[in-house]
Design a protein. Structure first.
Lengths: 117, 558
């Protein structure tokens, strides 16, 4: 992947969302966020027909340990460091690219009302 | 099956011969295929049917009668040597770093083996708090045997008595060892001895005492404890490979298991050769939907507590020639988090998700799921009581939390939520029954009608509806009213591969498979009932520790 410097841009974007608390209902899909930052399909999908990108594709730009530190004080729970996967939860469980993201934790944990960008 | 084999099986124990006759194994299907080919020869001209069956059988596992292909266990695709990017050799390779795998690895290392542990996730994963064993120095043998008898009864007498005794006579040593080593790794653990073993009261007049390891209180769990134990194991030379799910077992020409192929997240394959043996400890299959529906159709509507439990070890052991216990596996569903664990079996009025009384409440929580299998209830029920519960229930089995103590389980109460999982607590208090019904997500009309009926029965002193003993009939009269909304979700499934008492996998002829050992919830024969029993608190983790401890030692000394 080309821009390792992207990490900070994307991270700060994610954090500004986190700080703002909630998204509006017509929030853009993450694919457009990535596209606006200059990424193309093949940055994530290594083969054609498109494969499901491994989580390592996300790790090329996103440092999950850093991310876990940044969200350590989350008022509900730190979604990026948990007892199921440590700091390496598969990003795609919550953050989808081509459909709306979901609150993966909330299906089991009552009151984990997380807003997922 | 030949007459000779049949005879051998009759001579072996009943459990093993039952699993050999009815379990799911590759050899069994091949025998079936051979038989149908024979039938073709006799009738002539149906060759294509046999060919189809054989083709299907070569791609997927087959049901025990050979009639259904089990697409949830596809045959592993051959991996060419050129696709293997690394090969390392150890004495022992452990697959799965949980409550049996980590102790097995450490035990093997302490017995001089060079050990690798392959873990699917990025961390060691385990659940629960309590793991138990018998302190033999403080037990009468007759007491131990009385407990063994009770555990076999709990398992509907369908388990392997040798394996239950293997736990009974080794678990104290193993649990004390886990506590000692986990402490060295910095774990928050204590020995509660027999203090928490409420369930064994009255079981025997002989002496029975426990070593009960407790990793806690919550939110600290055995997961944290096993991570500490793994740290200690690493210092003793155990090599952990994370994000390295095992894919296939490697066998030599005679079928002995000599290694494992795993796949890293970049898609590359790695070989881990094992000079002495491979120990599979990769847990259950609750997240493999088709597999779960096949072995335990009762579970269709229940939520899963765990993730990534796709039964990988089952598939690997099956394709290496192992035998899976027949359909009707033992399950474990409970909820110790919504309200106090020590009140879970107290026979307060219980209502289902609609608000109807549905059971004689002396039924243990571990069995309640059987009444709640439908889509609407999906494992939910509530225990309800009034403000007089401390007096009404004072002589009931278990331990009551008073109105102050129980606040830690109430999401609506501002009391700091210590020693609980704040996201799983689910206890409510209300001034009226209607208000309580809403908080418990029941229909208020149905709920109040059922409480009214229950109160009438309490007043009458006879439970005409469910026959509960009169001293367990506590009416709901004086507000505030309380409700614990419990959700029975799947903790684990605890049936698995056929093993002998050394935890070595057996093939369809009942012969040990060289180099292949199976422990933890992937191992069969320890249970056999419909549900995991709660007679001994912490039996499940105690069994995992014990069989890990013993098997690590056994394989290291081969």
């Amino acid at each position: 992947m080309k821009q390792l410097t992207l990490k900070n841009i994307v991270l700060s974007l994610a954090l500004s969302v986190f700080a703002a608390g909630a998204f509006s209902a017509d929030k853009p899909l993450l694919e457009s966020v990535h596209k606006d930052l200059g990424l193309t399909c093949k940055d994530c999908h290594s083969s054609k027909p498109f494969n499901e990108p491994p989580v390592t594709a996300c790790f090329e730009c996103h440092d999950t340990k850093e991310l876990a530190k940044e969200t350590a004080d989350h008022p509900i729970t730190n979604p990026h460091e948990n007892r199921h996967f440590g700091t390496e939860t598969n990003c795609n469980y919550c953050h989808h690219q081509h459909k709306e993201s979901e609150n993966y934790c909330g299906s089991c944990h009552l009151r984990f009302k997380l807003v997922t960008p | 099956m030949s007459k000779k084999n049949m005879q051998n099986q009759n001579e072996s124990d009943l459990y093993t011969s039952h699993v050999l006759q009815n379990g799911i194994s590759r050899r069994r299907f091949l025998t079936g295929a051979a038989a149908s080919t024979g039938a073709v020869a006799l009738t002539g001209g149906l060759a294509s049917t046999a060919a189809t069956a054989a083709t299907k059988g070569s791609e997927y596992a087959m049901s025990s009668d050979g009639g259904a292909s089990l697409e949830f266990m596809p045959k592993p695709k051959p991996i060419a040597d050129k696709d293997i990017v690394s090969t390392q050799t150890f004495d022992v390779v452990v697959v799965g770093a949980g409550a049996s795998g980590v102790p097995a690895a450490l035990s093997a290392a302490e017995n001089g083996a060079n050990v690798a542990v392959l873990q699917k996730q990025a961390i060691v994963v385990s659940q629960g708090n309590t793991g138990s064993g018998l302190d033999l120095s403080k037990c009468d043998k007759a007491g131990v045997e009385a407990l063994v008898n009770r555990l076999m009864a709990d398992s509907a007498h369908r388990c392997h008595p040798d394996l239950v005794r293997e736990w009974a006579y080794n678990s104290g040593e193993a649990v004390a060892w886990v506590i000692d080593r986990a402490k060295k790794g910095g774990a928050q653990v204590q020995n509660q001895y027999s203090k928490v073993q409420h369930g064994i009261r009255g079981l025997t007049e002989y002496k029975l005492n426990f070593h009960t390891s407790y990793f806690g209180p919550k939110p600290y769990t055995t997961g944290d404890g096993m991570r500490a134990l793994a740290k200690y194991a690493e210092k003793q030379g155990v090599n952990f490979f994370f994000n390295m799910p095992a894919q296939q077992l490697i066998q030599d020409k005679s079928g002995n298991v000599i290694g494992v192929i795993a796949q890293s997240r970049d898609g590359k394959y790695h070989k881990y050769m094992a000079k002495k043996g491979v120990i599979l400890s990769s847990g259950d299959y609750q997240n493999n939907k088709d597999m779960c529906n096949f072995f335990i159709p009762d579970l269709k509507n229940f939520e899963r507590k765990q993730m990534d439990r796709t039964g990988d070890g089952f598939a690997m052991a099956y394709w290496a020639g192992g035998v899976i216990e027949p359909i009707g596996h033992t399950k474990m569903l409970h909820d110790f988090d919504a309200g106090p664990a020590s009140m879970c079996d107290m026979p307060f009025l219980a209502v289902n998700r609609k608000g109807e009384r549905f059971v004689n409440e002396t039924t243990a929580m571990s069995l309640m799921n059987n009444y709640l299998r439908d889509e609407e209830n999906a494992g939910h029920y509530s225990q309800v009581f009034d403000s007089e519960y401390m007096t009404r229930a004072k002589d009931w089995p278990g331990k009551l939390y008073d109105p102050e103590q129980i606040k830690i389980y109430m999401p609506e109460d501002p009391t700091p939520k210590k020693n609980v999982y704040p996201s799983q607590i689910n206890t409510y208090k209300a001034d009226t029954l209607e208000e309580l019904a809403v908080k418990l997500e029941c229909d208020p009309k149905i709920f109040t009608a059922n409480v009214k009926r229950y109160n009438e029965l309490c007043k009458k002193g006879q439970d005409d509806d469910f026959g509960k003993p009169v001293n367990k009939m506590a009416p709901l009269l004086k507000p505030p009213f309380y409700g614990i909304h419990r959700r029975m979700r799947i903790s684990t499934l605890c049936s698995g591969m056929l093993v002998n008492k050394h935890h070595q996998a057996l093939d369809a002829d009942g012969k040990p498979i060289g180099g292949l050992f199976v422990i933890g919830n992937l191992g069969g024969g320890f249970y056999g009932g419909v549900d995991y029993p709660l007679t001994v608190f912490g039996l499940s983790l105690g069994r995992c520790y014990t069989f890990g401890y013993l098997t690590g030692k056994h394989v290291a000394n081969l």
